[in-house]
Design a binder for this molecule. Structure first.
Ligand code: ZN
Ligand code: ZN
Length: 75
C-alpha cells in the first residue's frame, strides 16, 4: 500500500533543478523548507504564511502549511 502523500513532485527546472517535493498552498511565490527528518531534505511550498523554514514536511508528520483561502483565522 502506498504511503499517503500530501505533496506533489515539483518539476520546474527554472525554479529548482531537481525533483523536489512541493506543497501547493495556492500562493505565487515559492520558498524552500528544510525537513530535519532523517537525512534532511528540501521541500518547496508557496504558502505566504510560513514563519519557519526548518520544519518537517507534511509527509513526515509536519504541519501542513496554511493554504490560501483556508486560513483558520478567517473562519
Ligand atoms: Zn512554506
Ligand atoms: Zn520530510
Amino acid at each position: 500500500m502506498a504511503a499517503v502523500t500530501k505533496m506533489t513532485r515539483f518539476r520546474n527546472e527554472d525554479v529548482i533543478p531537481q525533483d523536489a517535493l512541493f506543497f501547493d498552498a495556492g500562493g505565487s511565490t515559492y520558498h524552500t523548507h528544510t525537513c530535519p527528518e532523517g537525512e534532511t531534505h528540501k521541500w518547496l511550498c508557496n504558502s505566504p504564511y510560513c514563519s519557519s523554514l526548518k520544519t518537517m514536511c507534511p509527509d513526515h508528520g509536519g504541519e501542513e502549511p496554511v493554504k490560501i483561502g483556508r486560513e483558520p483565522w478567517r473562519r
